[in-house]
Design a protein around this ligand. Structure first.
Ligand SMILES: [Zn+2]
Ligand SMILES: [Zn+2]
Length: 295
């Protein structure tokens, strides 16, 4: 049995999304989403508001976060070319979900997870300053305070890209990434990241579950990838992601479920100006991560 009622990956202005939480929630509900997870980068600051918006719109809310980690496996050239990707991303994104947590309610184990997470989020600001310094040496001075002011929660590269467009250095955000601030480019500075294992341990301790986000970006063959996830006790893989082809979704789902892993589904919605839409991605209910099915 298939459903399109889940969307377990989305961003708001609490990280690098374009819309406030309330608007993201309305768009989700408007597209028929019934179980929604907000997964801003390295921050939980949107959870309370999101759970209220979900309530108003009759959706189940799953508190989530997308944790930026160091890669747990090097990319392989053959896999990258098979998936038509020039290079692998410099980090792995781990989605963490806390289906039993009620946002706003005191929960010591989740509180200690958030304490663990906080420096990762704070690490984003020094990194942004470093990237602005790089751009200045490249002849593109950007007002760093202005970039920081664009973010309500964690600041990210899309905020910088928007400032670069405004300053007239690039035509659009995509060009900013492709020419200057994308992984490995001259204006790019990596930020301090936990290992995948450290992140999994922190999430597990707080009663949460994990899913590896958008594996298409990492250049690891499916069979090997699922082995790595199993070795790290990751619960699921985001087989159904906006940027995955049907074929790749199916390959991941088949391998994951045959190895006892579940799958998750996520639009990775950042905003309508990116031509993105929440929800609308069918997922096989049997394969969906169990803890969230019953949330
Ligand atoms: Zn991501
Ligand atoms: Zn994301």
């Amino acid at each position: 049995m298939w459903t399109e009622t889940y969307d377990l990956h989305s961003h708001s202005t609490h990280s690098d999304g374009e819309h406030p939480v309330e608007h993201v929630g309305h768009l989700m509900a408007g597209n028929g989403v019934q179980t929604w997870a907000l997964t801003d980068h390295d921050t939980a600051s949107g959870w309370v508001e999101a759970s209220q918006v979900a309530n108003v719109n009759g959706m189940t809310f799953i508190p989530g976060v997308e944790i930026t980690c160091t890669p747990a496996h090097p990319p392989m050239d053959e896999e990258l070319s098979k998936r038509e990707r020039e290079r692998a991303s410099a980090s792995w994104h781990l989605l963490a979900y806390f289906p039993n947590h009620v946002p706003g309610k005191t929960d010591e184990s989740v509180a200690s997870f958030l304490e663990w997470l906080a420096p990762k989020q704070d690490g984003r600001e020094p990194r942004m300053r470093a990237m602005c310094a790089r751009l200045e040496t490249l002849g593109m001075p950007v007002d760093v305070e202005g970039v920081l002011a664009r973010a309500e929660g964690s600041v990210g590269r899309p905020h910088l890209a928007a400032a670069m467009v405004e300053a007239g250095y690039v035509e659009d955000k995509q060009e900013a990434f492709e020419r200057w601030i994308g992984d490995g480019n001259l204006g790019f500075v990596p930020h301090e990241k936990p290992t995948v294992q450290e992140a999994v341990n922190a999430v597990q301790k707080a009663g949460g579950v994990t899913s590896l986000a958008h594996p298409i970006y990492y250049g690891v063959p499916v069979k090997r990838l699922i082995e790595v996830l199993k070795n790290h006790e990751i619960n699921a893989v985001e087989a159904v992601h906006r940027s995955h082809s049907d074929e790749y979704r199916y390959e991941l789902m088949k391998e994951a479920t045959s190895q006892g892993l579940a799958i998750t589904v996520g639009s990775d919605f950042h905003g309508t100006s990116y031509q993105q839409h929440p929800g609308h991605m069918p997922i096989m209910l049997d394969a969906l991560i169990e803890q969230i099915k019953h949330a």
